[in-house]
Structures are given as structure tokens and as C-alpha cells.
Design a protein around this ligand. Sequence first.
Ligand code: PMV
Length: 333
Amino acid sequence: MKATATAHPNIALVKYWGKRDDELNLPATGSISLTLEGLSTTTTVDFDDRLDCDVVALDGEPLDHGRPYRRVVAFLDLVRKAAGIDRFARVETANDFPTASGLASSASGFAALATASAAAAGLDWSRPRLSALARRGSGSAARSLFGGFAEMYPGTRSDGRDAHAVEIADADHWQLRCLIALTTGKQKSVGSTPGMQRTRDTSPYFPAWCDTVDGDLRAAREAIEHRDFEQLGTVAERSCLRMHASALSADPGVLYWNGTTVELMHRIRAFRTRGVECFFTIDAGPHVKVFCTVDHLQRLRSMLQKFDGVSKVLCARPGRGARLADAASQPPG
Ligand code: PMV
């Protein structure tokens, strides 16, 4: 009853921001992302009948019984219930990139946890079903079950079974690159769940934000299909800025950016006017993710490395979906 899985974070090009159901973690709208290899989470789950509580270690450090631990235990409870088992588990998880800073560590974390815990519990589930399970841990994690470009369906069922991601183009479809400019070492001030709740409950712009998403999903699907960089950049920056506009107009406003974040947005746009193929996106944190074509990678990377306020630049490429370490027993479909 032991399994190990690896998953990568994904970065949304059409953002998810707001839930239609808090309990089942159902998104209010769809979203589209790119799964990124070069950053990974590896998680081992061992259901062991000698344990008298779940034991969780993150990056080698045992977790105390605070919120991150309780999220993992609540997730394991779902798996135990589905598998009809009552054993506690030992969970060891490690990220090779900064945790909880707006770098989508919860996406790769819950995608790896869903894949490893379901296999360890003997559940032979399809990828869409594992994706819906991963969603219970973190909405964006549902997309990391898939490689390349993934689309999350918000679904219409009240039980959430149709709220899962699908792959819309695999990792080899389009050789984009994503540079991640870290603008702080600090953990984010408002998590995505409270940030979304406050936006939904208090922002006068939240309904308007939701109304824009379907059009952006259509435009992004089309841009991906035709590998139209300019169109994808237009949609992605628009979706990012509208998501943040809805959050900024909550009460009190949810502000994830620092000064460097804003300076970088200006710099990316200035580069683009000089013919460099690039666009930015920003999640629930101050880091800036810059997508570019392979041809312009080196020029952008050296600009970002020298940029005042940027502490580190990570580089990622389109990656595979979550998978078990044991290659012979990958989730089907
Ligand atoms: O999956 P969560 O709850 O961490 O929310 C992710 C929210 C954003 O990263 C800001 C947008 C997205 O679609 O990934």
C-alpha cells in the first residue's frame, strides 16, 4: 500500500479565480493552463497499519498539525473513504522550487498526492477521475494531471464529477518556454482560497470577471491550436489583469503585486514593442511568469537575471502530466 508519484506545476493562461461551491471546491468558470517540466513535486504515500495518525513531511521537515497538515489529512480521508480503508498514511513530499509563494506548489502537490495516494490505496482510476479528486485539494491541481495544455471544465453537476481537466494539446505541440522571475523569498500574504472568497463575496467586478472567461477560453483554444503566439499573449495578459482587477476591487482589496511585479509588466511590454515574442502572467503572488518562444529565451533570461528586485530566474518547458514512479502502472486514460 505504498506508491510514489511526480507532478509538475501548471501556469494558467486563462485564469481560475472564484468557486461555485466551497465544500467540493468547484470552480465558477473554466480555465486553461500549461503544465511545466523543470519544476516538480515528488510524493510518496504509504498506508501503514502500525500508524496511529497521519504523518506528513514536507521537504524533509515533519508538518505540525496546522492548516497544511489538515489539508493533507482531509484529502487522505477522501481516498480512504473511496477505497474503504481506515489505515493512516506516511506522506513524504518534496518540491524542488519555493513552496506557497504563488508558484503553484499546491497544483503539483495535490496532483502528486492524488496520483500516489489513489495508487497506494488500490484505486485504479482514470486520469479525469484523478483530476476531479486532485481538485478537492486545490482547483489548479486538477490541471496538473495532464501534460501540455490542459483545460479545466467547471462542470454543472452538484456532485462535481464533471469538474475535471482534460488535455487539449500535448507537451510536444508547441515549444514555448516559461521564465519565472522570483521577486521575493517571502510566502504570500493571502492564500488563493481566502483571496477568491473575498473577491466573490465583496468585489463588484466579480460577476463581470466571470462573464469574460468563456470568450477567453475560446480565444485561447484557437491560439493554441494554431500556435498563434500573439493571440495567446493577448488573451493571457488580458485574463491575468482582469483576474487581478476583480481581486483588487474586493473589500479590502486583495493585492498580490510588489513594485518589481509592476516594473516587470512594463518591461515585458516594452520588449514586445521591440519585436521580442513574450508575454507575462501573474498568479496569487508577486512573481512574474514570462512566456516566450525558444528564439527569444536567452535575451529575456539575461534581462530578467539583471532586473532590480528579481532574486532568481527559473526556466521551464512544456511538461508531462502527473505519473507514478513505477512506469508499468500509470493511471489509464
Ligand atoms: O488552485 P488554487 O486554489 O491554488 O488557485 C489557483 C489560482 C491561480 O493560480 C491564481 C489561477 C489559476 O488558474 O491557477
